[in-house]
Design a protein around this ligand. Structure first.
Ligand code: PLP
Length: 484
């Protein structure tokens, strides 16, 4: 590790490395990864020049690579493996389901394990939501949410047929399919496909106090400013043409764990209510316990009309995602006047929807979270992680902001994306410090700098949290030592 005194100030750093750094950083990332592209692979990996390290086994929260190197998975992959990746109970539940039957067409048939899982999901909302729909990925869930919102309005009255627009936020991520990506405000992931994204998505600012609040501004004033912006966007788009406002309760991949400020979602919901639009909350990353309650909206004093979930739902044991709809939406579907009046059904379907083995895995993961009281662990370990990150990084010259909720934390480095800082931190974490740090690259417009995201397992021990916090600091120090 390097001491802060040896480091260049951010300004000195920027001046010194303006141009050459970009090349130097990319070269050092490749070298540090030890990946020269020599290993041939038939897989269409993220990089065809530098195939990634191969994971060959796991124990609890640790992953082992083919060269024997082991890391503590402090991000649960992409905030997924919340109870570790080797749970005997989940394995048994999946096998028991396969022993009964592995697949049936859940578009036509129901099955007991799907009934049980959906009932459990509805119970987890204290009855605020009415029905659950099970799919395979977060992107599918977000596309489904869009279609459900649209169908809701066609069901309630022919007069509402004009509602085809959505208002989403900057700095958001809602998936990689055309619908999900169209709603996303992730500049880099959208850039190649701009011409083919949906035209009916409009955008307002994210709730991002670190970047968005002006000096001396109160939280109340900031919320009022954002609510006013949303109100003006409704007016601009045409209030009677908007289906829904779409947001992540805690922004994940794009900004790096940014919770909203107090009162934000209540204010946004009030604007939606004023114009009769729905509130869609994307809990793909923040949901199923990650922030200390089963759903992050349970800390916001609002209930969404439609919500999605995915990652912590099945904990990575099988691909699974969900969409929950509240009574307002479910009732409209049931007694609607739209095209599907005879079926009273959602006009949508996937071959693998409600997959029985995925349902068995998710139901067992959710039972374990409940029976082992893991939400208490999330809160307690989350508090420890918060205090340790502040202890290690508050005075760090290259860490601009530390924020999060529960076991969902991010640190931001105020550097231009071309520096590749987050990727370098990721590589050093893996190779030298034995932890995974989920890298997030800033936007080309420079509004959002590089950040790293932490999402440890709900089952993490005190020692592991201490290790994660310390290793995060050591990794960041080492990255900047390399760059100087
Ligand atoms: N929504 C959010 C908030 C996400 O974080 C993600 C993925 O990271 C998605 C949607 C897309 O989910 P998936 O990658 O499972 O399609």
């Amino acid at each position: 590790a390097v001491s802060s005194s040896k480091m260049l100030s951010p300004t000195q750093f920027n001046v010194r490395f303006k141009m050459p750094l970009q090349h130097r950083t990319l070269a050092s990332i490749a070298a540090a990864a030890g990946s020269t592209g020599e290993r041939d692979s038939a897989v269409l990996h993220r990089s065809l020049k530098t195939p990634p390290m191969l994971v060959v086994s796991a124990r609890e929260r640790y992953l082992t690579f083919s060269d024997g190197h082991e890391i503590l998975d402090s991000t649960c992959g992409a905030a997924v493996a919340c109870i570790g990746s080797h749970n005997e109970r989940v394995k048994k539940a999946m096998i028991e389901q396969i022993d009964k039957f592995s697949y049936c067409n859940s578009m036509f048939f129901g099955h007991p394990i799907g009934e049980e899982l959906c009932a459990e999901l509805i119970r987890g909302t204290d009855g605020a939501m009415a029905k659950a729909y099970i799919m395979c990925s977060g992107s599918e869930a977000m596309d489904s949410a869009m279609k459900m919102a649209r169908q809701y309005f066609t069901e309630i009255s022919p007069k509402e047929n004009k509602r085809v627009n959505f208002i989403a936020r900057e700095g958001s991520y809602h998936g990689t399919t055309i619908g999900g990506l169209s709603m996303s405000g992730h500049v880099a992931r959208r850039s190649l496909f701009l011409d083919m994204l949906l035209p009916n998505i409009h955008r307002v600012s994210a709730c991002n106090p670190y970047r968005g609040m002006t000096k001396g501004q109160t939280t109340e004033k900031y919320v009022a400013q954002l609510a006013d912006e949303l109100d003006r966007k409704f007016q601009e788009v045409g209030p009677d043409t908007v289906c829904a406002f779409v947001a992540e309760p805690v922004v994940g991949a794009t900004l790096g764990c940014v919770p909203s400020v107090k009162g934000y979602f209540k204010a946004m919901k009030a604007v939606c209510d004023k114009y009769g639009a729905l509130l869609i909350l994307d809990e793909v990353m923040s949901g199923m316990g990650r922030t200390g309650t089963l759903h992050a909206w349970q800390q916001e004093g609002v209930v969404p009309d439609i919500q999605t979930l995915a990652k912590g739902l099945g904990g990575g044991y099988a691909p699974i995602a969900g969409m929950l709809i509240n009574h307002r939406v479910a009732d409209a579907l049931k007694s609607g006047t739209g095209a599907n009046i005879s079926a009273s059904a959602f006009s949508h379907g996937h071959t693998y929807q409600g997959h029985p083995v995925s349902c068995a895995a998710a139901l067992e993961v959710q039972r374990i979270i409940k029976e082992d009281n893991l939400l208490t662990n999330v809160k307690e370990r989350g508090e420890l992680l918060t205090s340790l990150l502040h202890k290690h990084l508050d005075d760090h010259p290259y860490v601009g902001n530390i924020r999060g909720r529960g076991l969902f934390w991010g640190t931001k480095h105020p550097f231009p994306p071309s520096f590749g800082v987050a990727n370098l931190v990721h590589t050093i974490g893996l190779k030298d410090q034995g932890i995974s740090l989920y890298p997030g690259t800033g936007t080309q417009d420079g509004i959002n700098g590089d950040h790293v995201l932490l999402a440890p397992a709900y089952t993490s021990t005190v020692e592991e949290i201490e290790k994660i916090a310390l290793k995060t600091k050591l990794t960041i120090d080492q990255a900047f030592e390399k760059l100087q």
